[in-house]
Design a protein around this ligand. Structure first.
Ligand SMILES: [Zn+2]
Length: 226
């Protein structure tokens, strides 16, 4: 492919124009950020596991700078349970690298409203039968059953909203099945945090494990300290 044909595609051209703006910002106005990241390497304090959904980009949501967050994105922001067989565990590999090598201080599971992956649990006709998405989503099967038992007779939309939150708790529990995570929690206070972004209302909730519920975060109390 030539540059001419690459830039003849409208969507690619739009992306490359975006890259030009990014370059102007970070390599001209804030060059020192990339300069130090390139020479000292990355030292993100947080691993974030988010959905691949194009509306839920953690860097945009949290106004992050380059180097701030180590991000794993997958369908429905799920963490699989620890498995000792050596398969192609992309999510587990990223978690291991962040916790063992980068020594992050926090692991954040970021769920969201209108998650297509979660919806497929209640409307399986939305995804390919026997395909990768259906298989992947079995991680959240227990969350779905819990929601169905707690909210009998509710409409799909309501069930999805609850399951989007309940599956975050499943993922938090699955995180602790990784021996190196449990060990980091015990030895150096690694924090495991669940948050939920309601993209309809623009609200952020967090999982309060002492009450086993999600509470809306009062962002007026969130002031940067540095
Ligand atoms: Zn999603």
């Amino acid at each position: 492919m030539t540059q001419e044909s690459l830039l003849s595609k409208k969507e690619i051209l739009r992306m490359m124009a975006g890259f030009r703006r990014f370059r102007e910002r970070f390599f001209k106005e804030e060059h020192s950020v990339y300069d130090s990241l390139a020479s000292a390497g990355q030292r993100p304090k947080t691993l974030m596991i988010a959905c691949s959904d194009s509306r839920v980009d953690p860097a945009i949501l949290f106004s992050s700078s380059p180097g701030d967050i180590f991000v794993v994105r997958n369908v429905a922001n799920l963490v699989p349970p620890f498995e000792s067989n050596m398969g192609f565990h992309g999510v587990s590999a990223a978690i291991e690298f962040a916790v063992v090598n980068l020594q992050v201080e926090n692991v954040v599971i970021l769920g969201h409203r209108q998650c297509g992956g979660i919806r497929s649990l209640f409307q399986p006709e939305n995804v390919k039968e026997g395909g990768f998405v259906a298989q992947w989503m079995t991680i959240a099967k227990e969350a779905k059953e819990k929601v169905l038992a707690a909210l009998p007779g509710q409409d799909v939309d309501h069930l999805c909203r609850e399951c989007e939150k309940t599956s975050i708790v499943t993922s938090l529990n699955n995180l602790r099945t990784f021996p190196f995570i449990e060990s980091a929690v015990q030895s150096r206070g690694l924090q495991l945090i669940g948050v939920y972004f309601d993209l309809e209302l623009g609200h952020l909730s967090f999982y309060d494990d002492t009450a086993d519920t999600f509470r809306e975060l009062d962002i007026t109390k969130a002031h940067p300290t540095a």
